[in-house]
Design a binder for this molecule. Structure first.
Ligand SMILES: *[C@@H]1O[C@H](CO)[C@@H](O)[C@H](O)[C@H]1NC(C)=O
Ligand SMILES: [Cu+2]
Length: 143
């Protein structure tokens, strides 16, 4: 896992690029298509076999590796099977800390009790100098 990420970072050094979702697991990363809404070029209905994670309404961490030294981050979630209806999880977060690993330590889960016990996915959007880029997580369960 860590090794794979270091390799990707190596690739990033050579190209221009963007950001990688490390935690929770991404449904897919493609540098060229990361600007495609809503999932960076991947189909949000294809999540079979990927790890699942709990997502308490109190919050859980989101970890990324970014090559943009400043950006605005936006976190949304969608409940399965309505994976095109995105609901905001937090206010926009401005990041100016520089390149590399960034951890948003406490992103709240969905507040709607109708979601509890159900699966969802999280969309991470980075608004930066090359437009908006997207990654979507594998399944989480809110509670
Ligand atoms: C977050 O920032 C983006 C880009 O500036 C903007 O389009 C969006 O409306 C903002 N969202 C909120 C909730 O402020
Ligand atoms: Cu970029």
């Amino acid at each position: 896992m860590h090794f794979k990420n270091l390799l990707l970072l190596g690739v990033f050094g050579a190209a221009s690029a963007h950001f990688i979702l490390e935690v929770p697991e991404s449904i897919g990363f493609d540098d060229d298509n990361e600007g495609i809404f809503p999932c960076g070029g991947f189909d949000q209905s294809h999540r079979a076999g990927l790890p699942e994670s709990p997502w308490p309404k109190k919050g859980a961490p989101i970890g990324v590796v970014t090559t943009h030294n400043e950006a605005i981050w936006e976190f949304k979630a969608a409940v399965v099977p309505f994976t095109n209806r995105w609901v905001s999880l937090s206010r926009n977060i401005t990041q100016t800390a520089g390149l590399g690993s960034v951890c948003f330590s406490n992103i709240p889960g969905p507040k709607n009790p109708l979601w509890y016990g159900r699966k969802g996915v999280i969309q991470i959007a980075q608004h930066g100098h090359d437009g908006t880029l997207y990654q979507v997580s594998s399944d989480f369960t809110s509670f």
